[in-house]
Each structure stands twice: as C-alpha cells, then as structure tokens.
Write a protein that binds this ligand. Structure first.
Ligand SMILES: Nc1ncnc2c1ncn2[C@@H]1O[C@H](COP(=O)(O)OP(=O)(O)OP(=O)(O)O)[C@@H](O)[C@H]1O
Length: 366
C-alpha cells in the first residue's frame, strides 16, 4: 500500500505540531521517522493511523483519501513502546484478538484463526510459548507478541512507535535485525518512529528527519549521513565540527587563513563550514611548499573505536574534532595542517551555498 501525505498540518490548542508535511512512501517500503523529542514524529504517525484528526491536508492510502476514514477502517496495525498486551490472555489469545473480535460475518472459523496464530508464532520465533501469559515473557518477547498481534489482521500498513524504546541496547539490536527480516518477508508498508539515529540508519530504506514539525530531509541512510541537507541534519546525525568562515570571491577563509576547499563556492559573506571528524585530511603546517594554511594545535587525543579522535584548536578558541588513524604519529601539542576533504557550507539562514564535489561510484565503494 502506497501512502501519500500532502500539506499535512496538526495543531493542538493553537500550537502547531506539524507544518505542511509532504511525504510519499512506496508500497513495501520501510521508512523511519527520526527527530528529537517534540519534533512531531508521534503526531505524524498518529495522524496517518487515524488516531488524531489532521488540522489540514490529506493522507492517501493508494488512491483513496483516508483523511476522514475512521481508524478501525484504515487497515493499519500498530505497535507502541508501551502498548500493553492483554494481561489476562495467553500469547496465542493476544495474537488472535484482532481476528476473534471481528463481527461474525467476517470472522474466520476457529481452525483458521488457530492456523494463522501458529504461522505468526513461527514468524516471530515464539513457537512453544503460546500458552504463556505476558508477565511470563521478557520485554523483547512481549514486543514480538505485540508485532504478531498487529500483523494478525493482515494490515495494509504497519505503524511502529519506538517499538524497542524500553529495551536494553543488546535486545534492541537483535530485534532491529529481526524486524528488518520480517518486513522483507511480509512486504508491509512500514513506518516507524525513533529518536535513535543508529536504529533509523541501520533499519530503514529511507529516513525522514523531522524538527519542530517540519521535514528537514528525506533520503536513504547514505544520503542523510553523507549529504545532510541542512545544518540541523548535520548536527543531529553523526558528529560534525562547525567553523565560522567568510566567503570571498569563491574562497572560504577562517579569519585570514584560506581553507583549501578544492572548488570555488558561490555567494559572499559570513557562512558556516560543516565537516565530519573523518572527513579532514591532516598535513604539514604552514602555507606554501605543500603546507596547509589552516593550522592548529592538538589539545586532546583519545581512542575512538578503531581510530583516534583529536581536538584541534585552530585559534580564537575554535576547536575542530578530527579522526586520525591509530598508527599516525600525532601527540598533544603538535602543530598540524588541516584540510576538509568532504564538507558543506551554509549561510546563517541555513541556505546551502556549496559542498564538496559528489564522490564517484568508485570512491563510494572505497
Ligand atoms: N495531545 C496533545 N496536546 C497538546 N500538545 C501535544 C499533544 N500531543 C503532542 N503535543 C505536542 O506536539 C509536539 C510534538 O509532539 P510529538 O509527540 O509528536 O513529538 P515526538 O517527536 O514524537 O517526541 P518524543 O520523541 O518525545 O515522543 C510536542 O511539542 C508536544 O508537546
């Protein structure tokens, strides 16, 4: 089921939680809604579900305008972080619930319901636990039952709100992988809310980054991480150093030091240069004779996974964080030259005025 969202707005007592959101989700896609607390992720999901009425705009399921269709008739399945299972029902009865409460005319016969429950138990890898009660399950198992229950009625669209939010990091990671596998098997159109960027980037086909009720960027995990469209996305996803620069005749300057961007940029005036820690090249200090003009002093050095991270003071109290190879001989107090290999420049209003040239497919693989 394809979902199209057009100019969707939602206000609560005059407070605008969503501002004119446009979004297209292809049938069978797994899409993450990512953003900080209060950015409108849950509100967007709830409006798509029909649990909240939109203040303006439309939600289409396929060709049908679903905006005013009641939640029961939308054919959506939900899993919420704290969507409690029915405590007095067994796992099997919880999963069967959506089918067994259907009106007699559309309710499948008991043998069919039992068969479906068996298939779902197998899908969520809980076969053998069907007679247990929710209190006899771990948090991860409960969320798997919740997912099986949501899938029982064969929803056209599956909506998940921080489904693994309350679980510990290791279980979250396992369930993430497992959710992706289930999604690939069932082919549901799936939307899930998370504030965990790692979860969004690892799991989703595309990520929608929200801030203050506005979509900041929609893209594949690679696009979101490697080509952030706005300063907000740069700051929110991954790490970045921000350097105040001045653009003059196509060149960027940090005070009087020219930053070797490699290409000319458009525009004129103060701007901000964003660079990820692993996108800096380190070289000899000092202009001329192959030295780099942007020079700084190593002030901190610490291990970061397989590499090291260093903070470099480049004057006037400005620090940039760079990643350096563990084998590189760099020590605190060293003066080094810096050059951004990949970067993006924004004017103060967030308008992008340039970025490092796109990588070739060969470079992307490397
Ligand atoms: N029922 C409500 N009444 C009034 N304001 C609301 C209501 N629901 C949400 N809001 C407000 O709308 C904004 C967006 O909330 P929403 O729950 O969608 O954010 P979120 O991105 O899901 O945040 P979180 O990650 O904290 O769950 C917030 O400022 C919130 O206070």
């Amino acid at each position: 089921m394809e979902i199209r969202i057009r100019d969707l707005a939602k206000s609560f007592d005059g407070f605008r939680a969503l501002h004119g959101v446009d979004l297209d989700i292809a049938s069978g896609e797994l899409v993450a809604l990512l953003g900080p607390s209060g950015s409108g992720k849950t509100t967007l999901l709830r409006v798509i579900a029909g649990l909240e009425a939109a203040t303006g705009g439309h939600v289409y399921f396929g060709d049908e305008d679903a905006t005013t269709i009641p939640v029961r008739e939308r054919g959506v399945g939900f899993v919420f972080q704290h969507y409690a299972l029915f405590r007095h029902m067994t796992v099997a009865d919880n999963i069967a619930f959506g089918l067994s409460v259907r009106p007699r005319a559309t309710r499948p016969p008991k043998v069919e319901i039992d068969k479906r429950v068996g298939e779902l138990l197998d899908l969520v890898q809980l076969t053998g636990l069907e007679k247990r009660y929710p209190t006899q399950l771990s948090g991860g198992q409960r969320q798997r039952v919740a997912l099986a229950r949501a899938l029982a009625t064969e929803p056209k669209v599956l909506l998940l709100d921080e489904p693994f939010g309350a679980l510990d990091a290791k279980v979250r990671k396992e369930l993430r992988k497992w959710l992706r596998e289930i999604h690939d098997r069932t082919g549901n159109t799936t939307l899930f809310v998370t504030h965990d960027q790692e979860e969004a980037l690892e799991l989703a086909d595309r990520v929608v980054v929200l801030d203050k009720g506005h979509i900041q960027q929609i893209g594949t995990p690679d696009q979101i991480y490697d080509e952030p469209a706005t300063p907000f996305v740069f700051d929110f996803i991954g790490d970045a150093s921000v350097l105040p620069v001045n653009v003059d005749q196509g060149k960027a300057f940090f005070y009087d030091r020219r930053i070797g961007l490699g290409v000319d940029v458009l525009g004129h005036g103060p701007a901000k240069l964003y660079v990820r820690p692993h996108h800096w090249d380190v070289g000899a200090a000092g202009g001329g004779a192959g030295g780099l003009e942007l020079v700084g002093t190593v002030v901190t050095l610490r291990r970061h996974g397989a590499a090291r991270r260093a903070e470099i003071e480049i004057g006037k109290g400005h620090l940039v964080e760079i990643e350096i190879d563990a084998a590189e001989e760099v020590a605190i107090g060293d003066r080094i030259g810096l050059k951004p290999r990949r970067w993006r420049l924004f004017f103060a209003d967030g308008h992008s005025i340039g970025s490092s040239p796109a990588r070739t497919a060969a470079a992307r693989r490397g």
